[in-house]
Design a binder for this molecule. Structure first.
Ligand code: FAD
Ligand code: NAD
Length: 477
């Protein structure tokens, strides 16, 4: 007789393990099946985010940023002495952080009585889950009242630049180069291209990003994207827009042919990273007797509560529509667990923040100016530069601004867009204001600590009505 569960979660990334913990917290007998193994062949729950995504990339961004600041800023602070790079120590620190978090997720699952199974899984009809242990043991079945699919995503392949794991690599391998490439090419100037491009540039690479689109960061507010392009170019990232790669040839490096509006070009790189988006992991996830409705790029089709077309089967995270972000997947995991437990639950997809962990950071939530104009919404803009912030001056980085878009008639905040130091933290204040359906006046009437970067957000809110204090004479609407 097969084991019987209330909930089986397939995938232990930030969507799946969070869904499993919340299910168990709500008294549901829960199992979580995941196939990720670390380099020693040990189970490594946490998915892409923890193993080769959010966490290792931020560890390297932090380390490389310190090196850059030591070169560029220390003398201004009256600090001297040369800081040198020990790449293997930097990579070891990154691995320690990842392994520590793997253990953290393992013990969280255990302490919540989630049965963790290290295996590949395949869904059959009647919510029977086939379990294929990673240690090669005989496959078996478990039954469940509910199944949550959370198998995540993988990098999109590019036919003209097939990965070889050495010269032409994906983002996972680009987190572990054993030496700094002298010339690094990156196909795709999206989030991964810019974050990993920043890491390796700071560590000493000449970085060229080849981006197919003519517009830089098309998903961001155009003013913020334009500022970002200027700052990143000033730092030395060579961003080439409208560039279509037509072929790659291996020698001891990679020769890349590409076309843009000016014609055909050739570049040689020591390494090439392909970072042109991700696609859902749905291959071999379900058997033919359990046909799930599928959409584009392998996504499983779901409704607003992440229900699939199969009763009792849910899908969350990168496997389904919406931004491929860890926090979006986690919130869906919590929502689905609560729905299964019979509670009212939802995700507010309008207030999911996006962050680029470049320097300066870029962050936004809600609608941008172009989207509001296209929708015919009347809005007011308030903005404030970091350059007028005492805290930003004390920190030695005054690049950037915060911009708030509010409805002309109701003053409700419709979008907040920012570029600057610590935007990844600042954006949370905007998310909370929007989640509470706040107005620019609500933010303007809130007391912010001085001196703090959040005062930039405060002044931008006051500027919506032309009343920013530290902006000179503003126009009043
Ligand atoms: P995943 O994290 O991909 O986890 C899915 C898990 O399911 C994996 O462990 C996989 O091995 C397992 N699995 C797959 N198929 C099966 C099967 N059949 N049986 C058993 N197990 C299976 N997002 C952010 O929000 N912030 C960031 O800063 C950020 N940085 C990133 C940096 C990089 C370099 C990359 C690549 C991504 C980054 N992301 C970031 C995106 C983020 O990693 C994903 O959105 C997130 O991991 C998706 O979570 P998930 O749980 O849906 O899937
Ligand atoms: P992306 O969609 O952010 O960027 C891909 C870029 O590649 C786009 O600008 C696209 O126009 C370009 N492109 C596509 N095909 C191309 C081609 N043939 N030649 C040249 N350029 C091409 O995707 P990504 O950077 O691969 O990241 C994948 C996902 O991971 C994203 O959805 C993102 O949400 C997530 N992620 C998030 C963070 C974060 O939250 N800070 C960090 C890294 C990754």
């Amino acid at each position: 007789m097969a084991d019987q569960f209330d909930v089986v979660v397939i995938g232990a990334g930030p969507a799946g393990y969070v869904a499993a913990i919340r299910s168990a917290q709500l008294g549901l007998k829960t199992a979580c099946i995941d196939d990720w193994l670390d380099e020693k062949g040990q189970p490594a729950p946490g998915g892409t985010c923890l193993n080769v995504g959010c966490i290792p990339s931020k560890a390297l961004l932090e380390s490389s940023e310190l090196l850059e600041r030591s070169r560029e800023e220390f003398s201004d602070h009256g600090l001297s002495g040369k800081v040198t790079l020990d790449l293997s120590a930097m990579l070891a620190r990154k691995r320690r952080i990842v392994r520590g978090l793997n253990q953290g997720v393992t013990s969280l699952l255990k302490s919540n009585d989630v049965k963790m199974i290290s295996a590949r899984a395949c869904l059959h009809s009647g919510r029977r889950v086939e379990v294929m242990p990673v240690d090669g043991a005989e496959h078996y079945f478990i039954d469940s009242e509910n199944v949550i699919l959370a198998t995540g995503s993988r990098p999109v392949d590019l036919a003209v630049a097939p990965l070889d794991g050495e010269q032409i690599v994906d983002s996972a391998a680009a987190l572990s180069f054993s030496e700094v490439p002298q010339r690094l090419g990156i196909i795709g100037a999206g989030v991964i291209g810019l974050e990993l491009g920043s890491v390796w540039r700071r560590l000493g690479s000449d970085v060229v990003l080849l981006e197919a689109q003519d517009e830089f960061l098309a998903m961001a507010d155009s003013q913020i994207a334009n500022d970002g392009l200027r700052f990143f170019t000033e730092q030395g990232l060579d961003i080439r827009l409208g560039a279509r790669v037509t072929s790659t040839t291996r020698d001891d490096g990679v020769i890349v042919d590409y076309q843009d509006a000016d014609g055909t070009h050739q570049e040689r790189f020591d390494r090439l990273i392909v970072a042109v988006g991700r696609e859902a992991n749905s291959d071999h996830l379900f058997a033919s007797d359990c046909p799930l409705a599928m959409g584009r790029r392998g996504q499983v089709i779901v409704d607003d509560h992440c229900r699939t077309n199969q009763p009792g089967v849910y899908a969350i995270g990168d496997l389904v529509r919406g931004p491929m972000l860890a926090h979006k997947g986690s919130e869906e995991g919590i929502m689905v667990a609560e729905v299964i437990a019979g509670k009212q639950a939802w995700v507010d997809y309008e207030t999911i923040p996006s962050v680029l962990y470049t320097q300066p950071e870029i962050a936004w939530v809600g609608k941008n100016e172009a989207q509001l104009k296209a929708a015919g919404t009347d809005f007011r803009v308030g903005s404030f530069p970091y350059a007028a912030s005492g805290r930003a001056m004390a920190m030695g980085d005054t690049r950037g601004l915060v911009k708030i878009l509010a409805d002309v008639h109701t003053d409700r905040i419709l979008g907040v867009h920012m570029i600057g130091n610590h935007c990844s933290e600042l954006i949370a204040e905007a998310v909370i204001a929007m989640q509470f359906q706040g107005s620019s006046e609500d933010l303007a009437m809130t007391v912010f600590a001085h001196p703090s970067l959040s005062e930039v957000l405060h002044e931008a809110a006051m500027d919506v009505n032309g009343l920013a204090i530290h902006k000179g004479r503003s126009r009043r609407p």
